[in-house]
Design a protein around this ligand. Structure first.
Ligand code: G3I
Length: 317
């Protein structure tokens, strides 16, 4: 295959995806490259709670529908992101004082509306995002504080009821290697499976730093796969201290190759998604001062060394 999507498909039917910035979809150069190179799209922002239910009971489907239509026109999968997350909550939810019963009702309604609208169109959903602290304990988000430990199982059950065919994921960052956080996640998904909770996969976000691909990445993917779960690398980027230079770009290519190979080594690692198209589309410089250039394309849509490394690791070129 001469594109990421073709090469990934030839590797056991995997997908290679990208997070899409809704405001760029009207730019034809951006849209054409997304269509050409990628077989899956994730909404970078427009399916998050603050966008999709900005006031209680008022749903705004415009951005989500635009992405789903785009994907259908271009024969792409859609990866749904995300239903229950402590960040990018609308003010009414973040600041509301709800009882456990009320928050349950609000959350079940949100999940059934959103998953229901896209039932059959969205193959995978991040049902719960970033539920862990770095030490592997539960993050004290609004659901944990109000409902307690059971909120995760309840969210998965609500999503499964809304679309029994969707594959339901738990997703987090800093869980790529074997460490306290990924072990917390591992123990939780094991107990969810024991309880018969409909969970089908684990998303490893894979926001990495140049030269720091965890050496236990493949082993960690394998331990989740051994539970019978799918693993997806959901938000890949590899940031470097700016300015970039050719040796950093070569290191980045090596790092992207290692990440790709780790996924390919495990048959249940079914897909990978990069978190943005061009370096300038990335969230990284806004959050990590002095860091950037974490993606596969330059701002002028040129392929970086990391692109070539991913394509060749996928057996393409
Ligand atoms: O929409 C407003 C716009 O009206 C306003 O003028 C502008 C001014 O700052 O802000 C815009 O909102 C921004 C939003 O992206 C949409 O562009 C927010 O400030 C900005 O904080 C937000 O950042 C997003 C971030 O999640 C928020 O947590 C990034 O684009 C997005 O890439 C990032 O994605 C997350 C994943 O969802 C979960 N995992 C981590 C990953 C990186 O943080």
């Amino acid at each position: 295959g001469s594109t990421l999507r073709e090469a990934a498909a030839d590797e056991g039917g995997r997908f290679y995806g990208v997070a899409v910035n809704d405001s760029m979809l009207s730019n034809s150069q951006y849209a054409n490259l997304v269509a050409q190179e990628f077989s899956s799209v994730t909404a970078e922002n427009v399916m998050k709670w603050e966008t999709i239910q900005p006031s209680q009971g008022q749903f705004n489907w415009s951005g989500g529908d635009r992405l789903v239509n785009f994907a259908q026109q271009n024969n792409q999968k859609v990866y749904g992101h995300t239903l229950v997350w402590h960040s990018q909550m609308p003010g009414w939810l973040e600041n509301g004082n709800f009882s456990a019963a009320q928050l349950r009702q609000i959350t079940n309604n949100h999940i059934s509306q959103v998953v229901g609208r896209y039932a059959g169109d969205i193959e995978r959903w991040d049902v719960v995002n970033e539920a862990f602290n770095e030490d592997g304990t539960r993050r004290q988000n609004k659901w944990q504080q109000t409902i307690g430990d059971g909120y995760i199982a309840e969210a998965f059950r609500a999503a499964n009821a809304a679309d029994p065919s969707a594959k339901l994921f738990i997703n987090d960052y800093n869980v790529e290697g074997i460490n306290s956080k990924s072990t917390g996640m591992y123990n939780l998904v094991r107990s969810l499976l024991d309880q018969g909770v409909p969970i089908h996969g684990v998303g490893l976000q894979t926001h990495l730093i140049l030269g720091q691909v965890p050496s236990s990445l493949q082993q960690n993917i394998q331990r989740f796969a051994d539970l019978g779960l799918e693993v997806v690398l959901t938000e890949i980027d590899i940031r470097m201290q700016m300015p970039s230079d050719s040796s950093k770009l070569q290191q980045q290519a090596n790092d992207f190759r290692a990440v790709t190979q780790a996924c390919l080594a495990v048959s249940r690692c079914t897909g990978m998604t990069v978190w943005g198209l061009r370096d300038g589309d990335s969230w990284v410089p806004d959050v990590f001062q002095g860091y950037g250039a974490p993606l596969l394309f330059t701002d002028s849509y040129q392929k970086k060394p990391a692109y070539d490394a991913v394509l060749s690791a996928l057996g393409g070129g």
